[in-house]
Design a protein around this ligand. Structure first.
Ligand code: SF4
Ligand code: SF4
Length: 195
């Protein structure tokens, strides 16, 4: 029998050999979404805007994250705090904050650029959606939830403390009697949505 005709006979048998070996290998199928995969601790997932321990926001509306973003995925609009309506300990806060997850490549450069550690990333990776609008996350969606000892913004600064004291870790919870102020200027305008 020639070598060519021998190969013609052996090739289909060799193919079944691969199938047979695969039957006894460990299965790689992941039962997602029924079984959620545990991500690495430093996984780059959905962003979060963090708060100080009394609930004031860490974001100062400086836009450095937006300038650092290679995908032009962040839109920030800062505004001045007032004593009647305060969102962060210092002069400015992020009035409008949006991240467009149709553009974001989850590289983390915005995290590196943030001077106040206001912006970090969570382990949440289920970001898929069916419309461009739904992929633009607003400040309300990105802002961290309230933990024990926090009062939601806007509210006054801790009595006797200044902005630097917050970064020195001298404020550990909201001062007794802290009440939420009336949010007059809060809210995102439809025309500012960066699609
Ligand atoms: S993770 Fe990267 S692409 Fe996404 S918003 Fe931050 S800098 Fe832009
Ligand atoms: S998240 Fe950080 S870098 Fe971005 S605007 Fe706020 S303070 Fe500035």
């Amino acid at each position: 029998m020639s070598e060519e005709s021998e190969n013609k006979f052996q090739n289909p048998v060799a193919g079944f050999g691969v199938t047979f070996k695969a039957m006894f290998k460990k299965r790689l199928t992941e039962q997602y979404p029924e079984q959620q995969k545990v991500t690495a601790p430093r996984f780059h997932g959905r962003h979060q805007l963090n708060r100080h321990p009394d609930g004031l926001e860490k974001c100062i509306g400086c836009e450095l994250c937006a300038w650092a973003c290679p995908a032009d995925a962040i839109y920030v609009e800062g505004a001045d705090n007032t004593e009647e309506e305060r969102y962060s300990p210092g002069e400015r806060y992020g009035r409008v904050y949006q991240i467009n997850y149709a553009r974001c490549i989850l590289c983390g450069l915005c995290i590196e650029a943030c001077p106040t550690r206001a912006l970090t990333m969570t382990n949440e990776f289920e970001l898929a959606d069916s419309s461009r609008e739904a992929l633009i996350y607003t400040k309300e969606q990105l802002l961290a939830g309230l933990e024990e000892g926090m009062v939601d913004t806007p509210h006054s600064i801790f009595p006797g403390m200044d902005e630097q004291d917050y970064y020195r870790g001298l404020v550990s919870e909201a001062a007794p009697g802290t009440v939420q102020q009336v949010a007059v200027s809060k809210g995102e305008k439809d025309e500012e949505v960066d699609a």
